[in-house]
Design a binder for this molecule. Structure first.
Ligand code: NIG
Ligand code: FE
Length: 419
């Protein structure tokens, strides 16, 4: 009976992203079954959504003198985007290697020659906290402008205890200085640290013995890059088991460049997400869905093959048809995707992975929330969830995958406040 603190009204379409109640990430046909309200409103009580409905259902008695009213005539209104896979904190950039790539060198060749991830590690180790923080804040500002309201941030450019812990501190500091919510993942197992060149298993032993115990409380997830030139399936399994025993939730970078079986291994361990999956087959996807008991989300990163000049994109259409839940992310990082444009990722997922617009919107909201275990807080417009809401400059959601490369965001509300 308290007046609303915020009312967004007259929206051409309210995309609730909410459908029948679900206790698992959305898969199959359910990815497209959420409700659209034509000519609708979203009302909030401080940081929480209080009501969502059609304008003719709006209880005018709850509009008081303190209610802030935003008119959304001609606009789509939807939940804030959930960006579920980024490498947010790093030093410098790799514009120099981009030139090499344009001349034909591959991602793994550049890494094997001491470049790639390792060149960012050098720049990160020598950067000051203030430099890393300033750069992270700049990237977060960019994400927010694209409508990202919750973001997962991985470490992985320190590769030693001191720097990895520093990256977690910088991420925590960044989360305090701006409104986008951050979820922390420890990716110390990105590649073997330069001190452990050629000894991946020893490096993982070092992480388990000396680093993971200190990461507890500072990161919620542990991730590993399972790939040639990084970590094999058996080493990754052993590492993730240790991480799980320490209480971490699990993620993996797998099947990015080869089909090694990392996704299935991680799903068997109960991983919350398996990420990249460009080389995962439709049969493999069905196995991952079964092994993960429908709880493991495949996080697809369509801007990565595009940026690495590869032709192979995860067969997202077939994953969904095989019953595997799908989310979409940029994978923002200095090497394989320097873009923060999650709309572009959504568009390329439609164009190259066969997702429908409705599925793709699920993949950047509620399924992305599942991929970082935030499904209770965000990803849909439903009473009780955090008031993270976007107003978009289009009247119909079908225009979202259509205006290629554009940012449709007119206004961003985070926790009930215009951000
Ligand atoms: O998700 N594939 C491994 N890691 C990142 C890229 C990191 C980098 O190149 O700096 C990824 O694509
Ligand atoms: Fe990544």
């Amino acid at each position: 009976t308290q007046p609303y603190s915020l009312l967004i009204r007259n929206a051409a379409q309210v995309l609730t992203l909410a459908g029948p109640p679900a206790d698992k990430p959305l898969a199959g046909a359910a990815m497209a079954e959420w409700r659209i309200i034509n000519l609708g409103y979203v009302a909030c009580h401080s940081s929480t959504i209080a009501a969502v409905g059609a304008m003719h259902e709006l209880d005018e008695a709850l509009i008081g003198p303190e209610t802030r009213i935003i008119d959304a005539t001609g606009r789509v209104v939807m939940p804030g985007l959930v960006e579920c896979h980024t490498h947010l904190v790093f030093g410098g950039n790799r514009a120099d290697e981009f030139q090499r790539k344009l001349q034909g060198e591959s991602y793994l060749d550049i890494l094997a020659s001491g470049g790639g991830i390792l060149s960012t590690v050098r720049k990160t180790r020598t950067a000051s906290d203030a430099e890393l923080l300033a750069q992270a804040l700049q990237h977060l500002d960019g994400f927010r402008r694209y409508g990202v309201t919750t973001l997962e941030a991985k470490t992985g450019y320190g590769l030693d205890k001191e720097t990895e812990l520093r990256l977690l501190r910088v991420a925590r500091q960044a989360s305090r200085q701006q409104p986008v919510r951050i979820v922390n993942t420890f990716l110390g197992a990105h590649v073997p640290g330069p001190e452990y060149k050629g000894r991946p298993a020893d490096y993982l032993d070092y992480l388990v013995a000396e680093v993971l115990p200190e990461v507890r409380g500072a990161a919620e997830f542990v991730d590993v890059f399972c790939e040639e030139g990084a970590f094999g399936v058996e080493d990754s399994r052993c590492y993730l088991q240790h991480a799980r025993d320490l209480g971490f939730k699990l993620k993996i970078h797998a099947e990015q460049l080869h089909d090694l079986g990392g996704c299935l291994m991680a799903a068997e361990l109960g991983a919350i997400s398996v990420d990249h999956c460009d080389y995962l087959t439709p049969e493999g996807a069905a196995q991952v869905a079964a092994a993960g008991q429908g709880r493991t989300v495949a996080v697809l990163l369509p801007l990565v093959p595009m940026f690495l000049r590869q032709d192979k994109y995860a067969p997202g259409r077939q994953f969904i048809d095989a019953g595997l839940s799908v989310a979409i992310s940029t994978d923002f990082n200095p090497g394989s995707c320097p873009s923060k444009n999650l709309w572009l990722a959504l568009q390329v997922a439609c164009l190259k992975m066969g997702l429908t617009p409705r599925e793709a919107l699920t993949a950047v909201t509620i399924n992305a929330a599942w991929a970082i275990d935030r499904q209770q807080d965000c990803g849909t417009l439903e009473p009780g969830k955090r008031a993270d809401v976007l107003l978009l400059r289009v009247p119909d959601y079908r225009e979202l995958p259509y205006w290629l490369g554009e940012n449709p965001v007119a206004q961003v509300v985070i926790g009930g406040k215009v951000a």
